[in-house]
Design a binder for this molecule. Sequence first.
Ligand code: CP
Length: 311
Amino acid sequence: MTYKLKFKDILHTNQFSVEDLDFIFSTAKQMEKIITWESQWGQLKWKIMASLFYEPSTRTRLSFESAMKRLGGEVITVSEAGTSSFSKGETLEDNSIITSMYSDIIVMRHPQIGSVKKSADITHLSVINAWDWSNQHPTQALLDVYTILKEKKRLNNLKIAIVWDLKFWRTAHSLVYLMWLYKNIEFSFISPTELKIPEKVTSFLNDKNIDYSETDSYIEWLKDVDVLYVTRIQKERFTDISEYENLKDDFVLNLELLNNAKTDITIMHPLPRVNEVDSEVDKLPNAAFFRQAQNGVPVRMALLKILCERV
Ligand code: CP
């Protein structure tokens, strides 16, 4: 492999070019073979990944840890802020210096915007942002785009609808920041006014001259959609819980609603879900959300391999 990424950290979706994505996705494709080909598992033998999760996670933490182990590496973990010396008042700076002495690559989820970048600036190691609050979740966006590529066999000429909580869902924003790179992409943002897509995202699309529409109506919007990306309304993000209670059951994707959709629509969700996708949808061949979560392993294997082998 002669291609090299020009950066050491994965912090933000804006950092990628189409060539970077091609490189990551072709490496992920190779990683899919390694998952079932044990003789290749030792590629990162002797490497240690620090898995620092100061906010809850199932998919991101476990798929990163699974990815490192599939490559033959080791994992050291903090899975709760309360079990780290943050709880004794240690600074992020000191914590990052110490962690970098014990590992070869760092994956971090942290509840403060910019915290992962701060940690990356301190250490010579590669640091991967496993999300910093409502800011960025770049590896989710990478696996989302990889899933679109696998499901649709293309990344150009797509109408993508993103539905429900567009205000807080960083994966929805991150998806926009990656998919605009491809040709003839059109976005539809469907949400109640209280949860509409932030202006920073629409301003970004305006600057790039990318087509998008916004609506609060759940009727008729599915007609021409190729990829439907559903998000969860996040109780934990509301300061006024009555606002959450008023909104929480307003949108449910079910078979009746999908009668208005194209037959080859791809249905995605970053998960976890609560009520917004009825379980009867799971049995449709177009329901790609569990395959999407599974794609987290080869994509994260690819990132670990590329970053650990870049020096
Ligand atoms: N999609 C996602 O980030 O899931 P977790 O919060 O479980 O990691």
